[in-house]
Design a binder for this molecule. Sequence first.
Ligand SMILES: Nc1ncnc2c1ncn2[C@@H]1O[C@H](COP(=O)(O)OP(=O)(O)O)[C@@H](O)[C@H]1O
Ligand SMILES: [Mg+2]
Length: 357
Amino acid sequence: MARIQIKDLVKTFGAYTAVNGISMEIKDGEFMIMVGPSGCGKTTTLNMISGLETPTSGEIVIGNTVINDLEPGERGLGMVFQDLALFPHMTVYENIAFGLRIKKEPRAEIERRVRAAAEAVHITPLLAKLPRQCSGGESQRVALARTIVTNPAVFLMDEPLSSLDAKLRVDMRTELKSLHARLGATFVYVTHDQAEAMTMADSIVVMSKGRIEQLGTPLAIYNTPATQFVAGFFGTPTMNFLEGTVEANGASRRFTAPGIDQPLPDGLPASIVGKSVTLGVRSEHLLVDANAPHAGTVLITEPLGDATLVHFDYGHGKSLVAKVPPTTTLGPGSTLRFRFAPEACHLFDAAGGARLN
Ligand SMILES: Nc1ncnc2c1ncn2[C@@H]1O[C@H](COP(=O)(O)OP(=O)(O)O)[C@@H](O)[C@H]1O
Ligand SMILES: [Mg+2]
């Protein structure tokens, strides 16, 4: 059983608290991704799981065993890092075999496992090559094979794709996801890249400043961000945010800000009336429509191919971005009208950023 439970984990470096009380459970066989901006404590958390760092307080349990005091080698974990550290003078085969040779596994067993691991990441033709004869993507696969060969119940990966170019990184996402499905192991993966987290994870832990902001499935996090921080972190382009207040009109609620008077979804509590809020709306939910209530002037357009981003000024010192069909004829200086549905509105407390709806 490779379920991992983390309880109130804290790590301080002198007066600085890098990890500030993290609790979570990673299910057996799950692909769990910790994501957050640089410096939020991802690597420190992963290193406490692997045993490279000692927790200041808190507990880490794998299966039914508290592992805080186990040596890294006793934890049954496999690690893949951004810094590949392949042995340059050894062939790919020998790099993959290294860990098994150290353990004095029988020669035939080593041969069988190296070939199976190479097969799993499609590098069988490279086995006789040296690392310098491999491309970046191939080297990353060698590093993966070197971990796969040790057959760990848990894979720990710290930004393993960040040294690859953009196209390869996208290809490797698909590969890692299918590798995870084939191996059935627990993956704990760290990245600052929200797109990696969205595309690969079964569940995501969003971190900021040493704490968990939100824990959930990729779509739950995208559709119902728990805080303004999470809302702004996921999605390209970044969610539009408008500052305003909530007003009551009988039982219904409206959001008002200079130039905007917007109906809000049903069911909001009375306590929200009069509050200063930040309204979030994603670019794909800002609809450009000649009969819409709000007006704006186009600043720039960015064609993406499958859609076009239209940045526009709505006359109150703030620009918004809408994602529109690529057939749009809007250009800089064009006027447009826009609207968005009450259901597309995310409301956050202007003080603190907690979700209100
Ligand atoms: N050994 C250390 N000594 C002092 N500060 C550290 C040490 N390791 C990490 N930190 C600090 O802890 C914070 C979190 O670091 P880290 O976990 O590496 O962040 P992330 O991986 O999310 O970018 C950073 O501010 C970093 O400077
Ligand atoms: Mg890091």
